[in-house]
Design a binder for this molecule. Structure first.
Ligand code: NAP
Length: 247
């Protein structure tokens, strides 16, 4: 198992789903965790309880990462509490399904503000500390649709594609400062984000996946642990696709 003892990790959107999976796996390897959430306080507490059961350290911090001031406060709170920030996982995100032509401006603004601008807000705030430490690790959770594009998820795909290129560009800019930046692009993972699918639609989707099933949150959590650890010390600017062979 990778050793993250003494490391401090902020995980955005860690109240449930993939974010919780990432927070738990990082904690299992010894990292102290800042669990960020926006609305689901009880769920965030559940993540915290799981980490405590594992013998780990965590706090929960409410912040809307699409707001620069709140994102900055989240990162500042992490540093005030634990003295530093080693790992930032930009996981918080939303999705919606529908034709681009039917979308209103407010809807695509929200999609871009959370899925792309939120990544910028948290990264910008964390880099201030990471640059002076001359070390740090940023891991962005994008999507396979950010690699290939998806009909009926046009703005979601565009925002995730922007996250992928932000990852590659920032990695080049930050490598001389000892900071690595990578992304994980999940395929279909079994979380609330896909709860709108009927059981028939789920079955059809599973048939399109060569491995024949949705991924679990632990599959993403384990990959994030690898990217956050010394095991991946020469890897930066990469987008790691985890999709059971779907794309
Ligand atoms: P989820 O179950 O819907 O959870 C979303 C999380 O994001 C929640 O913890 C939510 O917090 C948080 N969040 C949303 N808006 C926020 C904001 N403005 N500020 C702070 N936190 C916010 O989604 P998921 O499936 O775990 O997805 C996590 C990430 O993986 C997303 O970026 C998503 O695009 C990506 N992804 C998911 C899949 C999939 O199949 N599930 C596939 C590819 C990529 P609250 O509940 O507290 O509001």
């Amino acid at each position: 198992m990778e050793n993250l003892n003494g490391k401090v990790a902020v995980v955005t959107g860690a109240s449930r789903g993939i974010g919780r999976g990432i927070a738990v796996e990082l904690a299992r390897c010894g990292a102290s965790i800042i669990i960020n959430y926006k609305n689901s306080e009880e769920e965030a507490q559940k993540t915290l309880d799981i980490i405590k059961c594992l013998g780990g350290y965590a706090i929960k911090v409410k912040a809307d990462i699409s707001n620069y001031g709140q994102a900055k406060l989240l990162i500042d709170t992490a540093v005030e509490t634990f003295g530093k920030i080693d790992i930032l996982v930009n996981n918080a995100g939303i999705s919606s399904v529908g034709l681009f032509m039917d979308m209103r401006e407010a809807e695509w603004n929200e999609m871009i503000d959370i899925n792309f601008k939120g990544v910028l807000n948290c990264s910008h705030s964390a880099l201030k500390y990471m640059v002076s430490q001359r070390s740090g690790n940023i891991i962005n959770i994008s999507s396979i649709w950010g690699n290939s594009g998806a009909s009926c998820e046009v703005i979601y795909s565009a925002a995730k594609g922007a996250v992928n290129l932000f990852t590659k560009s920032l990695a080049k800019e930050m490598a001389p400062s000892g900071i690595r930046v990578n992304a994980v692009a999940p395929g279909v993972i079994d979380t609330e984000m896909n709860s709108w699918l009927s059981s028939e639609e789920k079955k059809q989707l599973e048939e399109e996946i060569p491995m024949g099933k949705f991924g679990g949150v632990q599959d993403i959590g384990r990959a994030v642990v690898f990217l956050a650890s010394k095991e991946s010390q020469y890897i930066t600017g990469q987008v790691l696709t985890i999709d059971g062979g779907m794309i």
